[in-house]
Design a protein around this ligand. Structure first.
Ligand code: TTP
Ligand code: MG
Length: 378
């Protein structure tokens, strides 16, 4: 009988590009880069000028140094022979929803954290760590059988270690960290392997002579707290293999927003609309990575006198497309500016925000279940 909790973290391997390779088997084994829109890719390849950023790429393409969020033009320079494909979100969303449904069926509790990633609490379903490994192997086999895709799974007594473990042997990995081995497993890893530790925290820790998790585990907790407050205490616990955060079903994030301050205050409608459209694109990219759908779109305007207004509209149904996001944000700014034009006010900052979020998989299941009675899109 396992007394510790058994948590799985499942993360699909090179998700968007693996789906493309599945759909186009002739791409298997080749460097494949997914990113940008169809127009940008097709015209760009002719002119050698691709527009947009890399969403993801195959492991073969990663050998050339290509990675997510890199400009496509740079990826093209690194590997001109790679196959460049536009993002096909509707397809990836359908695949994601099916995979999340498979995972949900195997867990006491499941927490989807992005379009291709979830935590599963399987404590009541396995007898011991050997059984937990076999359980994770069965999940991998089922996803491969039903969807033709590989994933990596970390099995551990808590969420943080499970997440670190799923990344340990990627792609097609399976890493089991038993509760008794947690500190030993973590010790040699660099502190940046802890989810949430970025360059800033890494730098603070380096100044304290701490580079790997083992050093963090044996550091003086008072010193960490003095430098980093409560977060220092949490990091110390994590490094010692402790994290009692629960697998929480449902959507924790409430909203997503992006804003921009103009170099000079403006009332130029074309510039405002263009900025709103670009901010909507940025929000949309964050929605994709998070696997969210939205039901409320808002804008924020800060005037030259620093007065801030927000305007928002709740839609009748959940949406996940860029067109709706752009259209509603544009209508809101146009409406706001109609009144303002007459007063001759200038604008210092604009922002776009989506709220009333839900997770893609959850919503699609609900939509399928109630398709006959639910009114369609707003
Ligand atoms: P990740 O799980 O971060 O990456 P991945 O699945 O492509 O590769 P890995 O094997 O390392 O897990 O992200 C999941 C998907 O989210 C990814 O396939 C594409 C999308 N995505 C973006 O569109 N932009 C981004 O910047 C990132 C990080 C991901
Ligand atoms: Mg992934």
């Amino acid at each position: 009988m396992v007394r510790a909790r058994v948590i799985l973290h499942v993360d699909m391997d090179s998700f968007f590009s693996a789906i493309e390779v599945r759909e186009h088997p002739e791409l298997k084994g080749l460097p494949v880069v997914v990113g940008g829109g169809r127009e940008g890719i097709e015209r760009g390849i002719e002119r050698g000028k691709l527009r947009g950023v890399v969403s993801t790429c195959s492991y073969e393409a990663r050998k050339y140094g290509i990675h997510s969020a890199m400009a496509l033009s740079r990826a093209y320079k690194l590997c001109p022979d790679a196959k460049f494909l536009p993002v096909n979100m509707p397809l990836y969303k359908r695949v994601s929803a099916r995979i999340m449904a498979i995972l949900r069926a195997h867990a006491d509790k499941m927490e989807q954290v992005s379009i291709d990633e979830a935590f599963l609490d399987v404590s009541s379903r396995v007898r011991d760590w050997a059984d937990a490994r076999a359980y994770a192997e069965r999940i991998k086999a089922e996803i491969l059988d039903k969807e033709g895709l590989t994933c990596s799974i970390g099995v551990a007594p808590n969420k943080t270690i499970a997440k670190i473990a799923s990344n340990f042997e990627k792609p097609d990995g399976l890493t089991v960290v038993e509760d008794g081995n947690a500190r030993e497993f973590l010790a040699p890893l660099p502190v940046k392997s802890i989810p949430g530790v970025g360059p800033k925290t890494e730098n603070t820790l380096r100044q304290l002579g701490i580079q790997n998790i083992g050093q963090l585990a044996s550091a003086d907790v008072q010193l960490l707290v003095a430098r980093m407050g409560k977060y220092g205490e949490r990091l110390h616990l994590i490094a010692n293999g402790m994290d009692d955060s629960d697998v929480e079903p449902g959507c924790e994030r409430k909203s997503l927003s992006r804003e921009r301050t103009f170099a000079e205050d403006t009332d130029d409608m074309a510039l405002l609309e263009e900025s709103i459209a670009e901010l909507a694109d940025e929000v949309y990219r964050a929605l994709i990575v998070g696997g969210f759908v939205f039901r409320n779109v808002g804008i924020k305007v800060k005037y030259a006198d620093f007065k801030v207004i927000t305007r928002a509209r709740t839609l009748r149904a959940f949406h996940s497309d860029l067109e709706t996001l752009r259209r509603v944000a544009k209508e809101l700014i146009q409406k706001e500016m109609e009144g303002v034009k007459r007063e001759g006010k200038r604008i210092r900052l604009v922002g776009v925000r989506v709220s009333k979020l839900s997770l893609l998989g959850y919503q699609q299941q609900r939509l399928f279940a109630t398709a006959a009675t639910t009114p369609s899109a707003d």
